[in-house]
Ligand binder design. Structure first.
Ligand code: SAH
Ligand code: DHB
Ligand code: MG
Length: 221
């Protein structure tokens, strides 16, 4: 299937399942504030909502907020007494995200923390943060290995970790890639595969975001 055909199908299925006004408004504000159009697709966002629903999540961690599109999707599936912590380097992205999240009013309490994600993760580890039920890793790909290592100290048996953009138009299958993003993702996937505590799969995705994929990981012990 060509990329444009899968994008057409994506739009068809998005309309079939019902367009979402709050999420459309969040995307419109992100675009008018000049954020890059790299949020998860509508159908992928629904998967994030399903995952927090299925997990009965009370505590969710997101690494890479952008304009808060995926944040809203994750928060919507959470219990109403839940807390979502989302980490964002860019102060302008964080500002737009706060506005989008406030307008969407997704239920759970959302904390947007500005700064390098690794700093916030280390601080949460050092201060003995309670474990997160669901984690979505979607910031700079070259640091995925460090994010994974930190997240494993912030989760418990039963927690679910989702990693975005792990197929990269197929580039992930090139073991000799010199692209820092591909290397970062590949090192993280190999660490997952080699960790006896984790059970994982990678699901390739096509659609409006091209050919990419999600790693879905469960902490078993
Ligand atoms: N999860 C979002 C998309 C995130 S795009 C969605 O699907 O809606 C990646 C984001 O990670 C960008 O906003 C970028 O500014 C942020 N980012 C990049 N490097 C970062 C870092 N070191 N720490 C925290 N966030 C970072
Ligand atoms: C891109 C897409 C993403 O989902 C992301 O998290 C970062 C970048 C991109 O298409 O460039
Ligand atoms: Mg992404």
């Amino acid at each position: 299937m060509t990329a444009s055909r899968s994008a057409t199908v994506d739009e068809f299925l998005e309309a079939l399942l019902g367009k979402d006004e709050a999420l459309a408004s969040a995307l419109a504000r992100s675009e008018s504030e000049n954020l890059p159009a790299i949020a998860v697709s509508a159908l992928q966002g629904r998967l994030l909502t399903l995952i927090t629903q299925i997990a009965g999540a009370r505590r969710v961690l997101e690494i890479g907020t952008l304009g808060g599109y995926s944040t809203i999707c994750l928060a919507r599936g959470m219990r109403s007494d839940g807390v979502l912590v989302t980490l964002e380097l860019d102060p302008h992205h964080a500002r737009v995200a706060r506005a989008n999240i406030a307008a969407a009013n997704p239920g759970a309490h959302v904390d947007v923390i500005e700064g390098p994600a690794l700093d916030a993760l280390v601080e949460m580890i050092e201060t003995g943060s309670a474990p997160f039920d669901v984690v979505f890793i979607d910031a700079n790909k070259d640091q995925y290995p460090q994010y994974l290592e930190a997240v494993l100290q912030l989760t418990r048996a039963g927690s679910v970790i989702v990693m975005d953009n792990v197929v990269r138009q197929g580039a992930i299958a090139d073991d000799e890639s010199t692209d820092a993003n591909v290397i970062g993702v590949l090192v993280a996937l190999k660490a997952i595969a080699g960790n006896q505590r984790l059970f994982a799969t990678v699901i390739q995705t096509v659609g409006s975001k091209g050919h990419d994929g999600f790693a879905l990981v469960r902490v078993m012990t």
